[in-house]
Structures are given as structure tokens and as C-alpha cells.
Design a protein. Structure first.
Lengths: 158, 158
DNA sequence: CTAATACCCGAGTTTTATGCTCGGCTACTA
DNA sequence: TAGTAGCCGAGCATAAAACTCGGGTATTAG
């Protein structure tokens, strides 16, 4: 499990897509504008997401991307694995050139950690991300109704 | 929480040190030889570990490094935080320039993941690493007594 | 049928930072 | 007083990550 900004971007884009699920195809240009991610970079990412069967593409005018599965059936792990090649963090992964037994001094630790990370990312679906996001939006909207004073507080603490 | 080979090296070196705890100071040259980590690189790492109070240094001939605390009181998180600067994986960490509310589309996910990772690394102490290592060594030694056939199996699967 | 849209793709380029070296210094002990 | 071993900052090199570019190709609207 590798954790890079590539994976983060992919997740962000997929959540954006998921929030518009059911309203016809979404263009990368739109996602690019909303999430401030370079269009060509998005194209790269979505190429992989498509090849992994996470999204469908519709070409031509009025085209764009659509989720290939139900939002409850796509996990964060799916997305990250799709864009950030396999690679596991143990470095001596199954290779015999761990020096004698020594290299594996820490092997168990990293593979256990790996499992933890993967397990967590696998436990979160797009549906939850969308719901979480909607809840947040409601919250902020509520606060705006309640008091204008909030505007002064720019710092994001959540 | 950042996870790089720097952190891995630091952990490896600290486990090496912990396994010799109580036999006087250990030189970096020794650790370098055993763990195949460049001496100067180790010096850098141990500089940080010392400043964070994880090890004590003794200069001059017969000198070296010693654990500053009990092996049960040093966690993997301590070590990694010592060498891999603070930085948390959320990228928009407390900064207000998350675009509107959008940037935080994924903020919660990463900070939750961060906590998971940290929590795990904090739950593993040097003592456990040493014990795990000793157990493994016993295991392999046992197998060697039992059958020579093991020698043919170079692949490390554990 | 033509033009515009939007996906498709591989080959670059830029940037970053990790991992590591080098050189010289300081404290200590034998 | 010499040799050991830690101390430190500056600098380098390689690699990978992030991103760009310039071409395509399918599709649809007019």
C-alpha cells in the first residue's frame, strides 16, 4: 500500500464523481475546475480507474465518466490500488535477499502495519465519503443561518 | 506520520541496539556492519534520536550509543517521529487554504487513517520487537536441528 | 459532413526529496 | 598524544512523483 498525493487526488476525484452519481456523465473538465486538479493529470488517473473497472467512459459531446459500480461497492482501497501500483511497503517483500535473517528484523512490523492501513481503507466506501460530506455541508449551512460571526473564523479545525 | 525507508532504517537500528541492551555502548560502526546501513547515514539518524532523548551517546574509545529508556518504554512511533519530521499526511493540515470546503472532501479520511497508523506504531514497543526477533531465531535454530532440508528453501515466507 | 466535444495515450519534462557522501571538527580514553 | 568514535553542516545524485504536451479517436449536434 503506497500513499501518495496521486492516490489522494484519485480519491478526491472519485468522491466528486460519486456526489453527482445519477445525473449523467461528469466531464473531467468539470472535476478539474471544482477540485483544482490538472486536466491532463486527471486523464491519466481516470485511464487507470477505467482499466480497473471502477468507472465507465462515454466519449464525444455530452460524454464524460460515470461510476461503474454502486457507491457502496467502491472502497478507498480500490481507488488507491487502481492508481498507485501494487507495491507493498515491506521492501524485502518475499524476496530472498533479506540479509540472512536480519533484514526481517522489522519485516513483520511493516507487513502488519500494511494490513492495518489496507484494512482501514477497505472499510470505507464511497457511499460513506459522500454521506460524510453531505453531513458536513448541512452543518456549515446550519451554522451560517445561526450566526454570521462564523465568517470571521477562517481556520479550519475539523 | 510519514513512512519512508529512513524510518525503517531507524527502527532496524534501534532494534539492533535494543538486542544488545545492557552490554555496554554499541558503536554505529557495528550497527552499520550488521545491518548494512551506511555509517554516515546512521550518524544522521542517531543525531535525531539523541536529540529526542531516545538514546545516549558516549564519545571516545569504548564509546557508542545506549538506549536512554527501558526497552518497554520506546515505541515504534517514537522512533519514526524522531527521524521523520512531524508532517502529517493530511496535506491541508490545519491550513486555511483548503479551497472553500472542497479540499476537505477527503480530509477526514486521511486524518482518521493517520490516527490508525500512529495508534498501531505506538502500540508496538522495542521490547516486543526484540522478543519477536528472539522467538524467530529460536524457531530457525530449532528447524536447523530438526532437518537439513530446510537449507534448500531460500524463500522467506514469514 | 463538418466541427466541436471529450475521452485516449504515450512520451516527455520538471520538481522534489530521499538517501547518501564528504570533510572537517570535538570529546574522550588508553 | 594518538587514535577512537561521536558530531555536524553542506552538498550531491538518483529516482520517483507530479505534471505537461501533442498528438490521436469516438461521438454527437447542427
Amino acid at each position: 500500500m503506497r500513499l501518495t498525493t496521486k492516490g489522494r487526488f484519485a480519491v478526491t476525484a472519485m468522491v466528486d464523481l460519486a456526489m453527482r452519481h445519477g445525473n449523467g456523465p461528469v466531464t473531467l473538465a468539470d472535476i478539474s475546475a471544482r477540485q483544482k486538479i490538472s486536466l491532463s493529470y486527471l486523464e491519466q488517473l481516470f485511464g487507470k480507474l477505467r482499466r480497473r473497472g471502477l468507472v465507465n467512459s462515454i466519449r464525444g459531446p455530452g460524454g464524460g465518466y460515470r461510476l461503474a459500480r454502486n457507491i457502496g461497492e467502491v472502497t478507498m482501497a480500490d481507488i488507491i490500488l487502481a492508481v498507485d501500483e501494487p507495491i507493498d511497503a515491506t521492501q524485502c517483500a518475499g524476496k530472498k535477499n533479506c540479509l540472512e535473517l536480519r533484514e526481517c528484523l522489522t519485516h513483520d512490523l511493516w507487513s502488519a502495519l500494511n494490513e492495518r492501513i489496507f484494512g482501514y481503507l477497505e472499510s470505507v466506501s464511497l457511499a460513506e465519503m459522500v454521506e460524510n460530506q453531505r453531513a458536513k455541508a448541512r452543518n456549515i449551512l446550519g451554522r451560517q443561518h445561526a450566526a454570521v460571526a462564523v465568517k470571521r473564523n477562517n481556520t479550519v479545525t475539523a
